[in-house]
Ligand binder design. Structure first.
Ligand code: NAD
Ligand code: ZN
Length: 362
């Protein structure tokens, strides 16, 4: 008899996910572990797929790439993890191979997506099989398992806190800098939070969703609503020479003040609002051909621009200790903790920006 579990999936219809039965994962290789999920989350990256016709009847798109749980089974070759250990599952795992050559893309496997093709089944599910577990998982010192606040703080090291932190790093940020963060979704809010933790003198948070701007203001950022007036003009009125640093936390579905999609608007505005010799970290999602920007404008000001997919394993050593010591509480962005059967409704709510961050508790 094969056992089943519940998981979030999409079958090719936009704006429509279902909760389905899936086979429970089992150990396939000696380096695998099986994790019983304690919490997973819905990411802004999931919304890009949700709005598209992801998956199909034959090959459902399986959601979830942010997770925390405890180990319930270990493969024969696993040396450093035991049953009962609490682990964060990063959105990109180690692929088990060290190389001194430049990798074609990132040296990782990722969770979520259509099974096969490099992706593993998603983490919005009751259980997950994690390959190369000794190298891939981030052990965290969870002692009180009823303390959901701490579990959720650690959960975000799997993706969005690591991403936000890296966006600030990639901007070239140093203590005392001013910084503008475009987007006050979960990633943008945590980028503003990271910059404040790291000693920013002033942080501007740009969005048009009032609840999100209020959250940004509650942590000490200066809210800028781009529907009120050009956000560059609003910031330059307060910072005549521009801000030293900027973070893009929106991606290719950025909209203008009228609500129409303009994929390059945030990067163009960041280039315009950043001071000469400043820097911009781009963590919002873009694929080739998706942002129409004036690179010459950045070149003329000697503004550096860097971005890409973030690898949480590379920054876990910086952010996990801040949670361990109680200095960082990235969980402040959560507006709802739900059961997995409520996922279809909460995808809709998150897509309409009625929620800032949704966590699925198991
Ligand atoms: P989200 O969709 O919840 O938030 C995006 C926010 O941007 C929304 O609040 C929206 O109102 C705002 N916005 C839209 N147009 C804007 C504009 N012109 N100026 C300012 N704000 C604008 O998404 P999220 O979870 O916060 O994720 C943000 C982006 O980061 C997404 O593109 C996501 O795919 C990406 N991401 C990348 C990585 C990575 O590894 N690089 C990891 C996680 C998420
Ligand atoms: Zn994500």
């Amino acid at each position: 008899m094969s056992l089943t579990m519940r998981a979030v999936a999409q079958f090719g219809t936009p704006f429509n996910v279902s909760v389905i039965d899936r086979p429970m994962p089992t150990i396939l290789n000696g380096t695998d572990v099986i994790v019983r999920m304690n919490a997973s989350a819905i990411c802004g990256s999931d919304l890009h797929s949700y709005r598209a016709a992801s998956g199909s009847e034959e090959h459902p798109y399986l959601y979830g790439h942010e997770g925390i749980g405890h180990v319930v089974e270990v493969g024969d070759s696993v040396q450093f993890l035991s049953v009962g250990d609490y682990v964060v599952i990063p959105d990109n795992f180690d692929n088990g191979h060290f190389t001194t050559e430049p990798d074609v893309y990132v040296p990782s496997l990722s969770s979520g997506g259509v099974e096969g093709g490099g992706a593993l089944p998603g983490l919005q599910a009751e259980y997950a099989r994690i390959p190369f577990a000794d190298n891939s998982l981030i052990p965290v010192p969870v002692t009180d398992t009823t303390n959901t606040t701490t579990l959720i703080d650690y959960l975000f090291t799997s993706d969005i806190f690591a991403t936000a932190w890296s966006g600030v790093t990639w901007s070239g940020f140093e203590p005392g800098d001013t910084i503008a963060v475009f987007g006050a979704g979960p990633v943008g809010l945590l980028a503003a939070y990271s910059a404040l933790l790291r000693g920013a003198s002033r942080v501007y948070s740009i969005d048009r969703v009032r609840n999100r701007l209020s959250l940004a203001e509650s942590i000490g950022a200066i809210p800028i609503n781009f529907e009120d007036a050009d956000p560059v003009a609003q910031i330059l009125a307060l910072e005549p020479n521009g801000v030293r640093r900027g973070v893009e936390a929106v991606g290719y579905e950025a909209v203008d003040a009228s609500g129409a999609i303009d994929s390059g608007i945030t990067v163009r505005q960041l280039i315009n609002v950043t001071a000469p010799r400043g820097g911009i970290g781009v963590v919002g999602l873009f694929s080739s051909g998706q942002a129409d920007i004036d690179y010459g404008a950045a070149y003329a000001k000697m503004v550096s621009v860097s971005g890409g997919i973030v690898l949480p394993l590379q920054v876990a050593g910086e952010i996990v200790p801040l949670i361990n010591s109680g200095q960082a509480h990235p969980g402040f962005i959560v507006t709802s903790v739900i059961g997995i059967e409520e996922a279809p409704e909460y995808y809709q709510r998150f897509n309409r920006t009625e929620e800032s961050k949704v966590v699925i508790g198991f």
